[in-house]
Design a binder for this molecule. Sequence first.
Ligand code: PDD
Length: 287
Amino acid sequence: MSRIVYVNGRYVPYGEAQIHVEDRGFQFADSVYEVCEVRAGRIIDEPRHLARLERSLNELRIDRPMSDACLRIVLSEVLRRNRVREGLVYLQVTRGIARREFVFPDPPVAPTLVVIARHVPASKGDAAAQQGIGVVTTPENRWQRVDIKTTALLPNVLAKMQAKENDAREAWFIDRDGYVTEGGSSNAWIVTQNGVLVTRPAESGILRGVTRTTLFDLARREGLTIEERPFTIDEAKSAMEAFISSATTLATPVIRIDGAPVGDGKPGPVVASLRKGFHLIAEWRAI
Ligand code: PDD
């Protein structure tokens, strides 16, 4: 079965899909995106992802390509045509195609919309969560609007490459004051020795992760205390547990930071219970 992607109103074979050479996503990363988890033939937390997409588009004054109702149909259709029931669905909106000028096209052009689905077995993420992952640290060098989910991800690419070259799965950015901001493609958390969940406030140099928000709902329901405040690497290393969260990793334990163990160097019970409870509280929509 050939893979199908959606590009600007058409469902086309993967190998034939094309974007114009003067698409502003290509030339300026003038573009935003979302990644949703797909599980058991359902899209997870779609309303929160669509709400964040709306916010990203508004912040950058990019026109929305279509209504949420139509977007949901396209997401479903791409998943259905590719028979993806487990994995992810990626959607990207660029400001559109225009002769290369830094300023927005005038008159405005139609935004570009691309949707791609990919099968990823859930067992893959579960295996990483069983084992725990390593992270490396790297100085924060991104722009100040990381609250917008843009495709301007070069610092993230380089940071995650640095992680890979050091046998780690994620890189944590460290701000000028020595505090962790977030991962290259995930939010960062610790669990203190008193069992308190700590993660950086969403208003201070991070992306407000949808998984993070849903984990807040879950933690409250489980009676866990959450402190939204920055934490340092030293605090993380001496924490009881540390973990990352994202739509693709859910809650995954961090057992090593720059080669040093976190806690006893093994995945801990708090992140295990958050991971287990996540899908009980997340929103599901049938494809
Ligand atoms: N990344 N922070 C950054 C920088 C991210 O890129 C992501 C997600 C998150 C977590 O957000 P969410 O919980 O909504 O997935 C935080 C996606 C998965 C990616 O780029 O592939």
